[in-house]
Write a protein of this length. Structure first.
Length: 367
């Protein structure tokens, strides 16, 4: 009975993911990285007080992986390669005997790939890190596991059932090219109707959580009417991927995003690209960077080690330096106070059926 129910749930998740993602499994890029030496935790229970020896816990799990002959670990992630490279160099220094294979793709491609591999009884991932990892947990493919450092992550950024935890959030802001507009040109979404933005507005094609924020703020009918009005007046170009959207704003191909993750804009701004960002409040906050461990991980100890590493002090400090909004309460954001004072609304983590329904409504706005 249990396995029949699990199979039905798995089939439902596959159907929903493929429908909302657009069909077949997109290709993912594979970039092997390195290993490490002492950094993770063997305990599956979070340290609520946060008082534990992180290095000792990591060494314990690292030794277990090495003793079990686990020489590699497969990380499926939607973090871009440029950002992931230095992160995996940190892993290599800390865990030199375990090679980290980095498989990068969009969140929809990764979830689709994981489900397809499971359907073919060929599980390959050890750890999945992306915004919609909960869909894989809903399909019954995740191990119930939290690293000890999860006690330092707010409760609302962890699965109450214990299957996933978040290592960063995404804050939805407006990114713009500073050579094409001034920050004062936009103070509300109605400003996107100005003639200066004709053919200059871009939006990610799967911006469902931001759309949920619009519905929460304006109501379904008013939110839909506003988005359609912007679309009909000045046009909205749909782009696949926030990184691609950031590149297009940086190059001046487009002037402004209807919404964008603040870390994308901050990273380019820090690299002296002609970009900046502004906030239309309330800012929608997305529980992103959800980490899960495969319940049938090819490298079970190394998989837990990788999950622990992604929530470790060193990894969190690095992600903060890249403009990410990290989740551990004991690691400061960089720069401190970057988002202080902004009114926010945190988008709920959706079930597969809820995600499908929201995606259907969003896509209908552009048909």
């Amino acid at each position: 009975m249990g396995s029949a129910f699990r199979s039905a749930s798995f089939a439902m998740v596959i159907a929903i993911v493929l429908a909302s993602c657009g069909g077949s499994t997109p290709a993912a890029s594979t970039a092997p990285s390195a290993t490490s030496a002492a950094t993770t935790a063997a305990s599956a229970a979070p340290a609520a007080s946060g008082k534990y020896d992180e290095a000792a816990a990591e060494k314990q799990l690292y030794d277990a992986a090495v003793n079990a002959g686990e020489k590699e670990v497969n990380l499926y992630s939607s973090i871009n390669e440029q950002e992931a490279g230095p992160l995996l160099e940190i892993w290599a220094k800390e865990f030199p005997k375990i090679k980290a294979n980095f498989i990068r793709a969009s969140e929809t491609a990764l979830v689709s790939r994981v489900l397809t591999e499971a359907q073919g009884h060929k599980p390959n991932f050890d750890v999945l890190e992306t915004t919609t990892s909960q869909l894989v947990a809903d399909a019954g493919l995740a191990l119930k596991y939290f690293p000890p450092s999860a006690g330092l992550i707010p409760a609302e950024l962890k699965d109450p059932k214990g299957y996933w935890f978040s290592i960063y959030t995404n804050w939805c802001v407006v990114e713009f090219n500073t050579t094409k507009m001034k920050k004062t040109d936009i103070t509300s979404y109605q400003d996107f109707l100005k003639p200066q933005f004709k053919g200059q507005i871009v939006l990610d094609s799967t911006e469902y959580d931001w759309y949920a924020g619009m519905i929460h703020e304006y109501g379904q009918d008013k939110a839909d009417a506003l988005i359609k009005q912007i679309r009909d007046t000045n046009g909205i170009t749909l782009i696949n991927g926030h990184g691609t959207m950031n590149d297009d704003i940086s190059s001046g191909q487009f002037a402004v995003t209807l919404t964008q993750y603040v870390n994308q804009a901050e990273r380019s701004k820090r690299q002296k690209a002609p970009v900046d960002w502004l906030a239309i409040q309330p800012v929608t906050v997305i529980t992103s960077g959800k980490v899960i461990v495969d319940k049938d991980a090819p490298h079970p100890n190394a998989a837990k080690l990788m999950a622990d590493f992604l929530a470790s002090t060193s990894a969190q400090k690095y992600l903060a330096s890249r403009g990410r909004q990290i989740t551990r309460s004991d690691v400061p954001q960089e720069p401190p106070g970057l988002l202080d004072g902004l009114k926010t609304w945190t988008a709920p983590v959706l079930t597969p059926s809820e995600n499908q329904a929201l995606a259907k409504k969003f896509k209908a706005l552009f048909q």
